[in-house]
Design a protein around this ligand. Sequence first.
Ligand SMILES: Nc1ncnc2c1ncn2[C@@H]1O[C@H](COP(=O)(O)OP(=O)(O)OP(=O)(O)O)[C@@H](O)[C@H]1O
Length: 250
Amino acid sequence: MTVLSMKGVVAGYGGGAVLQGVDLDCAERTVTCIVGPNGAGKSTVLRVISGLLRPSAGEISMDGEAIGGRAPDEVLRRGIAQVPQSHALFPAMSVHENILMGGYLIRKDRRLLRERLDMVRDRVPIVAERAGDSAGNLSGGQRRMVEIARCLMLDPRLILLDEPSLGLDPRSLAGVAALIQELNRAGTTVLLVEQNVRLGLGLATHGVVMEGGRVRLSDTAEKVRDHPEIASLYLGGTTAPSGSTRAPAG
Ligand SMILES: Nc1ncnc2c1ncn2[C@@H]1O[C@H](COP(=O)(O)OP(=O)(O)OP(=O)(O)O)[C@@H](O)[C@H]1O
């Protein structure tokens, strides 16, 4: 079943279209990774889905219902949560308080809030382990985990992640990759943008290559990763060794 569908989406920032007719589908329970050169429009795709940017043409639908051009809070209520590129936590607030902010839309339903909090603590252990610490005192990798955990408070159907690997050391990378895969196993559909092509396509089920505001290639992550042009452009001329289709866990 298709969760998210984009057809012929055109969008930009006033000085001409950045997205020039993007077609993209995310099937339920898949992890789709968008890769491509700087300026290709990858982050713009996420912005146009989450409602931060209005498309000037084309269609965007979620579970078959049109959402193109809707306000961000409405898109969020429909189950699409975006985790921004970085620095998304309130550094002076505790981890627990930051997580509660993620439940703002459901704050009046105390029981649901409590249930979600338990679920988030369960899925992302650092939320309980560092509950009382200021978010500003966490390492980069821990912050990224809490940023992702925060968006789980609304139990989204689709999570949008903009460069989850940005600025992380290798150990944190593995932890964040494992968390994304775990969420996916629990049933969440994920769409992410990644500069770290090896990591992104390693943890994804599907890959999308963008160039000049268009989708150039869309296939299983494995096929995209093994595509000769992708290998030479992004993976240093070598295709990933067979058997390394998934990022290491832990
Ligand atoms: N807020 C903005 N205002 C004006 N132009 C923008 C804005 N954000 C992005 N752009 C332009 O839109 C184009 C696509 O940007 P986008 O961030 O989507 O690319 P990207 O593929 O994610 O690349 P990168 O990895 O560099 O972020 C670029 O030419 C960029 O300069």
